[in-house]
Design a protein around this ligand. Sequence first.
Ligand code: SF4
Length: 308
Amino acid sequence: MEIYLAQPRGFCAGVIRAIEIVERALERYGAPVYVRHEIVHNKHVVETLKAKGAIFVEELSEVPDGAMTVFSAHGVARTVEEEAEARGLPVLDATCPLVTKVHNQGRRYVAKGRTVILIGHAGHPEVDGTLGQVPGPIHIVQSIADVAALTIPMDQPVAYITQTTLSVDDTRDIISALHARFSDIQGPDTRDICYATQNRQSAVRDLSRLVDVILVVGAANSSNSNRLREIGTEVGVASYLIADGSQLDPEWLRGARTVGITAGASAPEVLVDDVIETLRRIGPVSVSVLPGLEETIEFRLPAELTAV
Ligand code: SF4
């Protein structure tokens, strides 16, 4: 069986930064360090950090007074920041700078008197954070049908922002529908879908031209991993999202000669290796990496973690 690995795949700069913030906080301040929500959506990453002394909680009320607290890469609502401030909790913010950029864009549009439309998946922590960072009016849409259902007058000044990890194609269609619906609409200069999401989606499209089956390594609650699987399916290649090799069903490979593997932005390469090892146990494999973009983007860590 031939295995092709998408390039790029796996960890993005925002995820690398978030994990490093927790690791450095543990080194600098000692265990435990409390992390609000999964630092990134990957169980393997969370378990590895737990073993080093991180404690994961969903609400700040679970953090003891005075304990070092980290906000996850997805960002948090302003109310969460205020709660931490009111309690005097020491906080390290691991919100990805590209998510913060979306918050800032939303605030700028509101300041200019525009009603903001957030294209995103309701209930995702990044969307909850953005809704809670933009001081309204803000509406959420996740489909063209949602655009049609908006009750905002068509001549009201509106602006859109988007969740960073959506499908580029779906977002394009929703933005077109918004432009058709509203006469005075603005959007960000460069779309908010982040570089890592775009690169991984474009790589999985390349991969899909070569393979019979696509395996996306990533967590079930990872937005960008789900979009990668959807793209494979939409172009007609059987595509499966698996957390690691243990979730691979050999039935999926019946009759397949080529298998493509990619990984969501929060999935570590060790899990891709695990999937390859599982395939190796089924039969002989050859592994090659497709040509693709080398990503060089790095995000700075918070100053308190880099000061000597
Ligand atoms: S996927 Fe994009 S927005 Fe999300 S953490 Fe990675 S770089 Fe940041």
